[in-house]
Design a protein around this ligand. Structure first.
Ligand SMILES: CC(C)(COP(=O)(O)OP(=O)(O)OC[C@H]1O[C@@H](n2cnc3c(N)ncnc32)[C@H](O)[C@@H]1OP(=O)(O)O)[C@@H](O)C(=O)NCCC(=O)NCCS
Length: 176
């Protein structure tokens, strides 16, 4: 079980709760948000099934996508976190924010905290991420975190190796 809560200067990342289902539906049914993710709209029942899956991931892996909350307002903004990818045998970094939160460096802030969580709590040495070619904003987030393209892992795959991003032991390297 994870009761992890990650605090960053502007954000709070916490495990999803059953009360988050309606927000998950709203986020996933916004076509701006899913433009480059390949996901279709969700029903409330879909969201509840995802919540059950997330609870399982938190319990068995101490990982999973976390809810991203804005500390100043308490508002839910989206999600970020690491999820086990059996195909690549690595944790996969993912993030998604509501459009009103874009353009303020918040995805990078949330994702950087998740990378740090992966190195320090999950104890892994590499992470992967999958991004569509057209999704330049997401690619930029990954670049800022020290990720590189990894075509050997598959199309649209990126990866980050702890030795590169975490060389001095102080946390993920975030290039301003
Ligand atoms: C992708 C996403 C997470 C970015 O969130 P964000 O909070 O705006 O990201 P940040 O502000 O931390 O960083 C975005 C970077 O991309 C850059 N960027 C944004 N749009 C861009 C564009 N069209 N072309 C080039 N660069 C772009 C920004 O300038 C910024 O880089 P900078 O700091 O060097 O200026 C957000 O747009 C989102 O949730 N999109 C929908 C879901 C999604 O695509 N998730 C990722 C799936 S792989």
């Amino acid at each position: 079980m994870t009761d992890a809560a990650i605090t960053t200067p502007r954000l709070w990342l916490r495990p999803h709760m059953s009360e988050d289902a309606a927000f998950m539906v709203e986020l996933s049914n916004n076509s701006q948000v899913t433009r480059f993710t390949g996901d279709g709209p969700l029903t409330l029942a879909d969201a509840q099934a995802i919540l059950a899956s997330l609870q399982e991931q938190y319990a068995t892996q101490r990982a999973g996508r976390f809810m991203v909350v804005e500390r100043a307002t308490g508002a839910r903004l989206g999600f970020a976190g690491c999820k086990w990818d059996q195909d690549v045998r690595s944790f996969d970094l993912g993030y998604r924010l509501a459009p009103h939160a874009w353009g303020r460096g918040l995805a990078t802030e949330a994702a950087a905290a998740c990378v740090h969580y992966a190195w320090t709590v999950l104890g892994v040495d590499q992470l992967v991420a999958q991004v569509m070619e057209e999704n330049v904003a997401s690619q930029r987030v990954l670049q800022k975190l020290g990720f590189q393209r990894a075509p050997h892992l598959g199309p649209e795959m990126w990866w980050c190796v702890r030795a590169v991003a975490h060389g001095d032991g102080s946390g993920p390297k975030v290039v301003p």
